[in-house]
Design a protein around this ligand. Structure first.
Ligand SMILES: [Zn+2]
Length: 283
């Protein structure tokens, strides 16, 4: 039985979550990660394992598109999640199935070797995909994949292989959305909110606007009711929540996973520990 989103809570009963997703593994990731760590926020970095150390000068960019070196991966991203962005950054919607699988699996394997961690996330190069690509990603053990389509909303994804972010950091509505996200609301049976920010760290150098992300992180960080997490931490938590089992009358809830799940039922907060059953209190 699927958990109703109106009663789902994030860990520690929080009603909001914030995450970031940055692509291509560029040298500016270091400055961004320093900022993220000093603000106590977390996120995911999507890397092309076939392009480490590569330097390109694109006509649409003022600055060089310079990738980090392979031997920097484990140290640079040690407090963040590393996810796949394919080996060579092709448009996956134009490739034969076998090549799509190779691009994702070979990237996964390389990144797993470098980090010593399971890599289960993906960001679509150029934001392009189709139903066949989504199926292939699922076969390759990918738990979620990010698009480049801004929703300007805080809804949870309907399909994790089509995870639309809230907005890009250059979005003119960035600060307005931050205010909406943090707006005080009574803790009733309202839904949880997720703010999902994406971009490329080289854009801050290119557009000379590090001040935008600094101001945004100043505003969004340090909030008691916000869970700061990587993409995979959020996807894994929601996966555990979706596995909850209910008695026929809905008053007993069993958690078959090993992840504690927080829920709010009839105006009370509950934590259902992994492997435990809780009874809902009737007033
Ligand atoms: Zn990219």
């Amino acid at each position: 039985m699927k958990l109703r989103h109106d009663i789902l809570r994030f860990p520690q009963g929080k009603t909001r979550a914030f995450t970031m997703s940055y692509d291509d593994g560029v040298i500016q990731d270091r400055r961004l990660i320093d900022l993220m760590e000093s603000h106590g926020v977390k996120g995911t970095f999507n890397l092309n394992s076939g392009a480490f150390g590569q330097v390109d000068q694109y006509s649409h960019l003022r600055v060089k598109h310079q990738k980090i070196l392979q031997d920097q991966v484990s140290e640079l991203y040690s407090n963040m999640e590393v996810a796949t962005h394919t080996v060579t950054h092709p448009d996956l919607s134009q490739l034969p199935s076998g090549t799509v699988l190779y691009e994702v699996l070979a990237d996964r394997q390389k990144l797993e070797q470098l980090t010593g961690k399971l890599v289960r996330g993906h960001a679509y190069p150029f934001g392009t995909y189709n139903a066949s690509v989504m199926e292939l990603l699922h076969s390759a053990g990918i738990a979620y994949a990010r698009t480049v389509k801004s929703t300007h909303s805080f809804a949870l994804p309907e399909d994790f292989l089509e995870w639309n972010p809230t907005c890009h950091h250059d979005d003119p509505r960035l600060m307005e959305l931050a205010e909406q996200f943090l707006q005080h609301e009574p803790n009733g049976n309202r839904r949880v909110k997720l703010f999902y920010l994406w971009g490329h760290a080289y854009e801050f150098d290119n557009n000379d606007n590090w001040n935008v992300i600094e101001a945004f992180l100043d505003r969004i960080s340090g909030q008691a009711d916000v869970w700061y997490a990587t993409n995979l931490e959020i996807a894994s938590y929601l996966e555990a929540a979706s596995m909850l089992q209910y008695s026929a009358d809905g008053m007993l809830i069993y958690n078959p996973s090993c992840t504690a799940v927080w829920i709010r039922v009839l105006d009370r907060d509950y934590v259902v520990e992994g492997g435990q059953t809780v009874g809902i209190v009737r007033d």
